[in-house]
Design a protein around this ligand. Structure first.
Ligand code: SAM
Length: 270
């Protein structure tokens, strides 16, 4: 089989992956969902033509979106993930022994079903007793949420249902939903290919939060391979706590070094 999947990452950049099999395809009420078997990256979840996660590199994104903020919070017990229907962020959150409640707020139930079926290792935290899954729009849900210690925005790109996850009002709702030491992180796209989105997220988060920081990680299947996360905190950040974690990308050194930004990224967010 000489079939290639091509993700149009911007209007003039695409990533091509050789496909061994199409494992699943459906049109959900929200998006086109596909699970493809790739030769290089294993299984891959695709929504509306955009790569969400692959078996080979998923650990980078999921470890970095979860552990970095959780270790900067003094005592995270109640955590929410908005989006994140594959379950990878929840899996990492549950490694932290103090977690009492991990809420997943995913608009599309079919993403969770597909992940449980085709990515059991990524989705394994979704069956945990501490996990509560809500199939609803994260924008409306967060308006009534209160007393969360950490909220992660693990969203698709800012189009369709995710558009409202990239606006200042949404970050203000997250601020209101967090307890006094609260911390949020939102995935904020690539500094090479989507600099305007990073600026939009940083500006929006800093309108609501007194402390705003950007950090980076390498995710090969995301546009350009260099990915950013924007963190907002209600209080000055303390040194990260030290807890035992089973990871493949995150280390205590990366916890610190990920906040050291290349010059061009510093200039972008200045
Ligand atoms: N890590 C991935 C990335 O950066 O591309 C995102 C993974 S996760 C599969 C993204 C999820 O966000 C999708 O399953 C999508 O259905 C969900 N989503 C999009 N808009 C949403 C909204 N308004 N409320 C809740 N979930 C939403």
């Amino acid at each position: 089989m000489n079939t290639w999947f091509s993700e149009l990452q911007t209007h003039n950049v695409s990533l091509g992956l050789k496909i061994e099999d199409v494992l699943w395809r459906e049109k959900t009420p929200y998006q086109e969902l596909a699970v493809l078997q790739t030769e290089a990256y294993g299984r891959m979840l695709v929504l509306d033509g955009a790569i969400q996660t692959t078996s080979l590199d998923e650990f980078v994104y999921h470890e970095m979106i979860a552990h970095v903020p959780l270790l900067l919070h003094p005592n995270p017990r109640k955590v929410a993930v908005i989006g994140g229907g594959d379950g990878g962020a929840i899996r990492e959150i549950l490694q932290h022994t103090g977690i009492e409640e991990a809420h997943l707020i995913e608009i599309d139930e079919r993403v969770v079903d597909a992940s449980k079926r085709f990515f059991p290792d990524i989705a394994k935290g979704l069956q945990d007793d501490r996990t509560h899954v809500h199939f609803t729009d994260g924008i409306a849900w967060v308006k009534q949420a209160r007393n969360f210690d950490v909220i992660l925005v693990d969203s698709t790109d800012p189009v369709g249902p995710a558009e409202g996850l990239f606006v200042p009002e949404f970050y203000q709702s997250i601020y209101d939903a967090l307890s006094e030491d609260g911390i949020m992180v939102a995935q904020s796209e690539s500094p090479f290919l989507e600099p305007d989105i990073i600026q939009r997220v940083i500006n929006g988060v800093s309108q609501a939060f007194p402390v705003t920081r950007l950090y980076l990680a390498s995710v090969p299947t995301y546009p350009s391979g260099l990915w950013s996360f924007t963190l907002g905190a209600k209080k000055a950040l303390q040194l990260p706590r030290q807890v035992p974690l089973k990871t493949r990308y995150w280390t205590p050194e990366i916890q610190k070094s990920c906040f050291h930004l290349p010059v061009f990224v510093e200039e972008l967010i200045r």
